[in-house]
Design a protein. Structure first.
Length: 183
């Protein structure tokens, strides 16, 4: 049965390595018959959650008006949420983190449209050597997935890529495409 898959990217750098991971995943997911949407949070203006507790007071998840309002309908339609980010200081990018923090509204008892997401994927790349550098980001992702009661469908870590296109010298794009096909 086809799934609605939302790929949420975190890079402010257009067509960078984590964008290429997202594209490869999408190719695989669409080849498997799924419907995909992509939201480039890294290039949007999304402020972090302010814990104002005004969630759903204006018929939207968040009362603040910024680019998160464009993400809301995509989140509400999705069965699977895929994160694709560059590694920034041992975690996901701040831009992606701001979007993730705003998911708080969907945990509110006042939520008018609860999320139907039941599965998630995490893909991250960075310039440093070795996969241990990703430990903080991976633990954060695992915590989010567990807290949201999402089934983890895969984690893809890609070290040693910094400049645009360096990821093409690795097998990571094939791995991302295969991961998309496996959903």
């Amino acid at each position: 049965m086809p799934k609605e898959i939302l790929v949420l990217t975190g890079s402010p750098r257009k067509n960078g390595n984590s964008d290429m991971l997202a594209d490869a995943f999408i190719r695989g997911a669409e080849a498997a018959g799924h419907r995909t949407a992509r939201f480039d949070a890294g290039r949007k203006k999304i402020r972090g959650c302010t814990a104002c507790k005004a969630c759903w007071t204006k018929d939207t998840a968040c009362s603040y008006k910024d680019d998160f309002s464009g993400l809301e309908p995509l989140l509400e339609k999705a069965d699977v949420l895929v994160f694709s980010s560059p590694l920034y200081w041992f975690g996901i990018s701040a831009q992606l983190k701001a979007a993730v923090d705003r998911l708080y509204a969907y945990l509110s008892e006042k939520a008018l449209r609860p999320l139907k997401i039941r599965e998630s994927v995490f893909m991250i790349c960075g310039a440093d050597e070795g996969e241990e550098i990703f430990a903080g980001a991976v633990e954060t992702y695992k915590g989010i997935a567990q807290y949201m009661k999402w089934r983890d469908r895969g984690i893809l870590l890609v070290p040693n890529v910094q400049d645009k296109g360096e990821i093409e010298k690795t097998g990571a794009l094939k791995e991302a495409e295969d991961l998309g096909k496996s959903i």
